[in-house]
Design a protein around this ligand. Sequence first.
Ligand SMILES: [Fe+2]
Ligand SMILES: [Fe+2]
Length: 220
Amino acid sequence: MNGTEFLRQLEEECLERMAGWRQRDAQRLTPDQAPQAWEKYERLRRSCWTEAWSVPVLGSWLETIPDTNLRMGVARQVADEAKHFLRIRSLLQTEGEYQEDYAPYAEWRNVYRYIEELGDFLDRLSGHNFASELVAIENQKHYRHRLGGAWKDLFEEFHPDEEFHVRLGRTAIQLFANDAASQQRVRRTVFKVLDLHERSRQAFNRLAAEHAAAEPATRL
Ligand SMILES: [Fe+2]
Ligand SMILES: [Fe+2]
């Protein structure tokens, strides 16, 4: 099958899998409820960390991207992620919640360590831009309204940028995953990223259960 048909099937499978995650999350999250303080700031610091992570990593990929439009697109993305980092950090600082030495829990870092180790531009753009950014967009869709206020506005403002980043991943797959061997590799990378995100999500839900057991619910 060609790259376009391959992408269509792949995206359908990915969205189906993510819908399954949300069903499980729904057991602990009420869709319209504001998050507890620990959850809110853990997620926001995690976002801030990830934006900062992506700038040098994606920057180092530029010279390996053979397609000019994709290379310029990823260059724009590097600037977008730098802007996202600065805006999230600034709002965290305003709220007195920024931690310079923050590092996310191990399962979250594992996702990005795996992406960092991908050695080929198609694997990188499939694993990061397509798979991981698709997970981020789906999470934000179901999460930002729970944050409300300035945070909701900020993530709504970032949304078109993040859509653009996923589109770069889709374009790379359409253009370069045109034979059985490359499609097999892309599938392996994409589903490995989804597996790692699923493990990270399970770890986050365990963290939530520990907080729920340790303290009475104090919602913002
Ligand atoms: Fe971003
Ligand atoms: Fe992004």
